[in-house]
Design a protein around this ligand. Sequence first.
Ligand code: DX5
Ligand code: ZN
Length: 230
Amino acid sequence: MSFDRKIKIAPSILSADFANFGAECEAIEAQGADWVHVDVMDGHFVPNITFGPTTCAAIRKHIQGVMDVHLMIAPVDPYIDAFAAAGADVITAHLEAGPHIHRTLQAIRASGAKAGLALNPGTPASAAEPLLDMVDLICVMTVNPGFGGQKFIHSQIDKVKSLRAMIGDRPVHIEIDGGVDPTTAPLVARAGADVLVAGSAVFKGGSAAAPDAYGVNIRAIREAAEGVYA
Ligand code: DX5
Ligand code: ZN
């Protein structure tokens, strides 16, 4: 996984057909997805349950590029090695998931995966400051985690700008998760984000059997985000 700040679109399979993950992952990659974003929820840290490392290992075989695993679970540490063994390229843990995020990030890097730090909307940018040299990605939640299809929280844009300034020239991605569509993508791209997660805005109107809509949706988000540099 090489580092750059080009816009990367990471469809969240939370909005895919759960009975058809393999074909869905292949379809979004064929339609231009850069990364595949995989949302793991435990019904404890967030009020929803999705799946665990066994499912991640199964879908890994259908992903050629980056598998970006977003853990919305607490505790995190007992499961890191299982997600790394499942083939996660990036493992992102929430700062709010426990009292020892520093140790968690160390453990993620020790597992061989890139380390991501996710911040809930109520957590300030400054909370990430002591951790900047131990992360490869900061995920700014622009909705409260747990569900797809929620409304983008605009107050997070200033947080993205603060993080971008704080990161400086460190090779740390800024990822945006929640409510990304062609309207909100330019706002976060301008603020300094490079990885745009999108669930409902990518999967709407398509299916693995009729994937052209995925391509149209991905291109619309990418062009809107890249337009801010034009
Ligand atoms: C929310 C998840 C997101 C979600 C985004 O808890 O982490 O990845 O799938 O979905 P949309 O793009 O529909 O807001
Ligand atoms: Zn996510």
